[in-house]
Write a protein of this length. Structure first.
Length: 125
């Protein structure tokens, strides 16, 4: 199988650029979107292996975007990891149930991002 494709969805330009560089350097093909609407547009035209989806975004937030994706049979094999600044135990448990994974952005080291993504993509093969 070829290079794995990842869609990063976040309204923070710094996060988009940082994660794009980190994961691109790890050998992944990266695309990004600044909100849920843009992410859904990209999902219609490109097959991704993984989506890193921020929760708090303007226009269409990550939770509503996740709901739309989960209700579309075309995306049954798509892995989704939620991204957020929310780190409370209740938030973590809630989001882990909704998506395949959950990352607290402020607690994430660059090398950890690659390891987390690698583990989700290896488990999806």
């Amino acid at each position: 199988m070829g290079v794995k494709k990842i869609l990063i969805v976040d309204d923070e330009p710094f996060i988009l650029k940082l994660y794009t560089i980190i994961l691109g350097n790890a050998g992944y093909e990266i695309d990004n979107a600044i909100n849920g609407y843009k992410a859904l547009e990209k999902l219609e035209s490109t097959i991704y292996n993984l989506v890193l989806l921020d929760i708090m975004m303007p226009e269409l937030d990550g939770l509503k975007t996740l709901e739309i994706i989960k209700n579309n049979d075309s995306y049954l094999n798509l892995k989704i990891i939620m991204l957020s600044a929310l780190s409370g135990e209740n938030s973590v448990q809630k989001f882990k149930k909704l998506a395949d994974g959950y990352i607290v952005k402020s607690e994430l080291e660059p090398r950890d991002l690659v390891n987390i993504v690698n583990s989700y993509l290896m488990n999806s093969e």
